[in-house]
Write a protein that binds this ligand. Structure first.
Ligand code: AMX
Length: 436
């Protein structure tokens, strides 16, 4: 059975569960929420449903029920590498099944077939001022391809069918996903490598091809595979996932939805944090003449950052309450890679891990004093020569697309409603509080 047939079977099994919950148990309360949650970004209010990943505050992310180490162990590996195919991971996110080598190969072949970036996208990228942020370029390239949406075309021709429209979304998502790595690579080479380009190598998988197209070493191929998988999904309430879902809930197609999600990812409190972490860490190392500081020197620098009203980038999380396993996974990669293990920048990041949680605890504001994914990822990129900070969020975006596109395929399959939470006025909240 091919991926689409497996997915169809899963969707047919899942639909009655959702329908039953709404029809027979629709009045059952899920929870209660407070004024602080209403004003504070809806934090902790359970108002989204996804089966693709779940974020436990203490344990971190599980993809389809599996922890990060379990996911890496279970998926078919690229021959000659300890890391899995990104394509097999896509299969897992969509179906909940660990694919066989043959099932993985089906996605590898499909994405190769779809990977050609249309010339008009290249023209649009080239027409943008060269100092445009790479995330603006990435988002523009995605939305420019909207004219190719199969979902939008069929909808405009009156062929919308609630039961089968997920199939159009599925096709759009595969085409879009296949093109994201070549688009990212094109932006990278155009902006930072003298506008010289490297064509795709049809013998390589998605992650390896990205490494190849940006002009990286063989070693970086595993970095790309790891990076895309680690950044893929973090349940559906984070800004990029929620935005993608929200826009898709208006029956906007995958191109509009993903482009919107990418715009959300570009914010400093979300995906841009990895750029900020590295800039902050590099500046710090530079001030010390390249020497890794003492614990005392570092502690002082962290307090200086906090006292000047800034956050410690890469630390804290809206949901997590312990060290992000995505941080741990990348830390282990550094510890197991000979040159990286002794790399001064990694040593500094490791020292921050020792010192920052206590400082944040004493500071007493952040609910989570532990590092998130962004505290580690930039160091690895820098070590391999991807030194253009502003590009890091594009890498994040390619990975994040895996999660959000799998989610919106399921949104269509289960017929999730258009989002429309209710607003209140400040006066209404004062009344609820009994102060009026
Ligand atoms: N350094 C200093 N102060 C911090 C902090 C940090 N790393 N993390 C949180 N705080 C502060 C908040 O600014 C807030 O202060 P306020 O009451 O004066 O507004 C207070 O602690 C309570 O915040 P919180 O409930 O713990 O966090 P949140 O859910 O509001 O925000 C996050 C979460 C990630 C935006 C925040 O921890 C932060 O700004 N971290 C640094 C930036 C970062 O690493 N972002 C990446 C997140 C992961 C990702 O999306 N890629």
């Amino acid at each position: 059975m091919g991926l689409k047939d497996v997915l169809k079977k899963k969707i047919d099994e899942q639909r009655p569960r959702t329908t039953k919950l709404v029809k027979e148990f629709g009045d059952v309360k899920v929870g209660e929420y407070t004024i602080a949650q209403t004003i504070g970004g809806g934090r902790g209010i359970k108002s989204l449903v996804t089966d693709i990943s779940y974020l436990d505050p203490m344990e971190g992310i599980r993809f389809r029920g599996m922890t990060i180490p379990e996911t890496f162990a279970a998926l078919p590996k690229v021959p000659g590498s300890d890391y899995p195919y990104v394509e097999g991971f896509w299969y897992l996110l969509l179906t909940g099944d660990v694919p066989t080598v043959e099932q993985t190969q089906e996605v590898v072949d499909m994405w190769k077939e779809y990977a050609q970036v249309p010339q008009y996208v290249i023209d649009i990228l080239r027409a943008m001022p060269r100092d445009s942020h790479p995330m603006a370029m990435f988002s523009a390239a995605i939305v420019a391809m909207q004219r190719e949406s199969i979902f939008a075309k069929n909808y405009s021709e009156g062929k919308f069918n609630k039961m089968t429209c997920w199939e159009d979304m599925y096709e759009d998502c595969n085409i879009l996903m296949a093109r994201l790595a070549p688009i990212g690579a094109y932006i990278y080479r155009m902006k930072y490598k003298g506008d010289t380009h490297i064509p795709a190598d049809p013998s390589l998988d998605f992650g390896a091809n990205f490494a190849h197209m940006i002009g990286q070493s063989k070693e970086y191929m595993d970095v790309a595979r790891m990076y895309f998988i680690l950044h893929s999904d973090h349940e559906s309430g984070n800004v990029s996932a929620h935005t993608t879902h929200l826009v898709a809930s208006a029956l906007s197609d995958a191109y509009y939805s993903l482009s919107a999600g990418i715009n959300g990812l570009a914010g400093p409190l979300h995906g841009l944090a990895n750029e900020e972490v590295l800039r902050w860490t590099q500046n710090f190392l530079e001030k010390l003449g390249g020497e890794v500081p003492t614990k005392e020197g570092l502690e002082k620098a962290l307090w200086d950052t906090l006292n000047s009203g800034q956050v410690i980038p890469g630390y804290g999380h809206a949901v997590l309450r312990k060290t992000d396993p995505r941080y741990t996974s990348q830390r282990e990669f550094c510890l197991n890679t000979p040159g990286l293990k002794d790399y001064p920048l990694f040593k500094l990041v490791a020292l921050i891990f020792e010192v920052a949680p206590d400082v944040l605890l004493k500071h007493g504001k952040a609910k989570n004093p532990w590092p998130n994914v962004d505290a580690q990822s930039g160091v690895i990129q820098w070590y391999y020569g991807v030194t253009q900070y502003e590009f890091y969020t594009v890498l994040f975006g390619i990975g994040r697309a895996l999660g959000v596109l799998a989610n919106i395929t399921w949104d269509r399959a289960l017929g999730y409603a258009i989002e429309r939470p209710k607003s209140v006025t400040t006066a209404m909240l004062e009344e609820v509080a009994g102060i009026k």
